[in-house]
Design a protein around this ligand. Structure first.
Ligand SMILES: [Zn+2]
Ligand SMILES: [Zn+2]
Length: 402
């Protein structure tokens, strides 16, 4: 039973005890010797067997372990204030205590020792567990309660809730994400009517408002699989997105009810909502599916139906070179990108307009492909038809990710 106390343990304990330690701190100098007991039990046994004195207050920890139950109560209160399937306890220890511990190890050696922080985490966790009745999760806890042992205060770190789905954008007057006012950068000024935004709403806000309310969270972040222009609609089955909801107090979301709530909006709609993993944010950002568009094209001049069809056919599986469009050159590097027009069909030819249905490689600037962008995109539809063309309206009708 007592054979764990060998010569090394005995020497370390005797040296440590001279400083006047509590049973926890004495036991911790030999934490890796002898299993199936707590550091306190270990310390008591060492004191008993080796005739060492225990001290109060402890010169190392100041008897911090007497407050473990109080810390645990504070942890429980904080954790129970939010919904979670699991939790983890962490703590911040007074740096002076950590310093004194390191100083002690210089004399006793640290090969058998355990840092005070890990004993506190474990003891507070043990005391909190019966009060909380949720599983302890080390790898990816939904809630981490960090106790500052100097003040017995608790900070809660709540993992965000991620909701994935597909959205439709039904307005040509809202951007995909919140767009801060250029003049005031979000602070609020006369130009933006004190809203701090360039547009009154966005797909992000139409979805994020109800979603944030559903989880009682603090902030939303929007991650889309690419984005469309403000004046373009997103139709069909929608565009994949993940919305990240920070500091949620609830995690158990009724997704059907949320979908119905969001879909009362006339600006944006969602479908196929589901709870997602954090890793899907990176996946969605890295995806480069082709897109299918419907574009209403205006032509300066008379359109010949056969000619338009012929030109459309000639673009099938054709590569075009696009120099960064002038309209985005202020935020993108000026370079030439080669993109493929996968297919192109003509619908509804009128006298000076027609409707184009086209599938293009991810990253193609469709408006510039149609207009030629002053020679920056070549070949272009205008060039091939020999007539200047512009896009009047543009709708994304499919994101071909599945
Ligand atoms: Zn102590
Ligand atoms: Zn402003």
């Amino acid at each position: 039973m007592n054979d764990w106390i060998d010569h090394t343990v005995e020497e370390a304990a005797a040296t440590a005890a001279e400083r006047g330690l509590c049973a926890h701190c004495l036991g911790r100098t030999a934490a890796k010797a002898g299993s199936g007991m707590s550091n306190e039990e270990r310390g008591l046994e060492l004191a008993d067997r080796l005739g060492l004195e225990l001290a109060s207050p402890c010169s190392l920890c100041g008897d911090v372990f007497r407050h473990v139950q109080r810390f645990a109560n504070a942890v429980a209160e904080a954790v129970l204030s939010v919904e979670s399937g699991n939790f983890l306890v962490g703590c911040r220890v007074d740096p002076d205590i950590v310093e004194r511990e390191r100083d002690l190890w210089k004399e006793t050696g640290d090969s058998l020792a355990e840092p005070i922080k890990s004993e506190l985490n474990r003891e507070i966790g043990k005391a909190a567990l019966p009060l909380i009745d949720r599983a302890v999760e080390f790898k990816s806890p939904e809630v981490v309660a960090v106790v500052d042992t100097r003040f017995a205060s608790v900070e809660l770190d709540v993992a965000p809730v991620f909701i994935a789905g597909r959205y439709l954008k039904l307005s040509r007057e809202i951007p995909q994400t919140v767009w801060p006012c250029r003049a005031c950068r979000g602070k609020g000024c006369d130009r933006c009517g004190r809203t701090g935004k360039m547009y009154p709403s966005s797909v992000q806000e139409e979805i994020g408002g109800p979603a944030l309310a559903a989880v009682d969270g603090k902030e939303h972040f929007f991650h889309g699989m690419g984005r469309e222009d403000v004046d373009a609609l997103m139709l069909g089955d929608g565009r994949p997105f993940v919305i990240e909801l920070r500091q949620p107090r609830r995690r158990d979301v009724d997704l059907d009810a949320l979908e119905m709530e969001i879909n009362r909006s006339e600006l944006a709609q969602v479908r196929e909502l589901r709870i997602a993993e954090r890793s899907e944010v990176a996946e969605i950002k890295a995806a480069t599916p082709s897109k299918t568009y419907r574009a209403k094209v205006l032509v300066e001049g008379k359109v010949n139906k056969e000619r338009v069809n012929e030109v459309a056919k000639s673009f099938t599986k054709l590569h075009i070179d696009q120099r960064t469009p002038s309209r985005v050159s202020h935020r993108r590097a000026d370079m030439v990108r080669r993109r493929e027009i996968a297919s192109m069909e003509v619908e509804d030819v009128e006298e000076d307009a027609f409707v184009l249905l086209l599938e293009t490689e991810s990253g193609t600037y469709v408006k510039e492909f149609v207009s030629g962008d002053g020679g920056r995109t070549t070949p272009s539809l205008s060039e091939a038809l020999g007539l200047p063309c512009t896009v009047e309206t543009l709708d994304v009708i499919a994101i071909n990710d599945r």
